[in-house]
Design a binder for this molecule. Structure first.
Ligand code: GDP
Length: 176
């Protein structure tokens, strides 16, 4: 039976290759983490219903720009209908953090004049011993880019996964 929902929000998951976008989407929608699973090529799409406030059911349309493809080379039609973005980097790979600004800029320029709500995600938080980006500088980046906030997440340990999607959804919802 079709679930009846009150709101429908499109969310895109962006960031460099191998930061764990596909694992994050999988953990959130399927509740599993599989180290040997291959990222799908192209674009992956999943739906999740979120019981928000009492009486408010939100249907999330989740897009993962899986694989190595750069944002500009993939079909962008899904981006037009999205209102939120989880911008993901890997806390153990400094270069993925250094790309955050350029990902943000590309999206902002693409969706103009519409706006997009962003959250910054420091992924693979379980790799604390290999950390290359401090929490403070990531928080400062999120602030500078006017994002909803910064959250450290591990799909492997299932830390803050639900919270990451909920934090973003809450902000989108508050703008309605
Ligand atoms: P994508 O290219 O951004 O979609 O990244 P994938 O989801 O394919 O993940 C890239 C690699 O990072 C894979 O080997 C995953 O098993 C691993 N990975 C994903 N999430 C985590 C995490 O939370 N912690 C750790 N330690 N590894 C992760």
């Amino acid at each position: 039976m079709e679930i009846s929902w009150n709101f429908r929000f499109g969310i895109v998951i962006l960031g460099d290759s191998a930061v764990g976008k596909s694992s994050l989407l999988h953990r959130y929608t399927e509740g599993t983490f599989d180290e040997s699973r291959k990222s799908p090529l192209g674009i992956d799409f999943k739906v999740k219903h979120l019981d928000f406030d009492p009486g408010v059911l939100i249907k999330l349309l989740l897009w993962d720009t899986a694989g190595q493809e750069r944002f500009r080379s993939i079909s962008k039609s899904y981006m037009r209908n999205s209102v939120g973005c989880l911008l993901v980097f890997d806390i153990s790979q400094r270069k993925t953090f250094d790309q955050v600004r350029s990902w943000h800029k590309e999206v902002v320029e693409y969706v103009k004049p519409a706006t997009m709500v962003f959250s910054l995600i420091g992924h693979k938080a379980d790799l604390e011993a290999q950390r290359t980006v401090s929490k403070k500088e990531a928080e400062e980046m999120a602030k500078e880019l006017d994002m909803t906030g910064y959250l450290e997440v591990s799909s492997k340990d299932n830390t803050n996964v639900d919270l990451a999607f909920e934090m973003l959804t809450k902000e989108i919802y508050s703008q309605f």
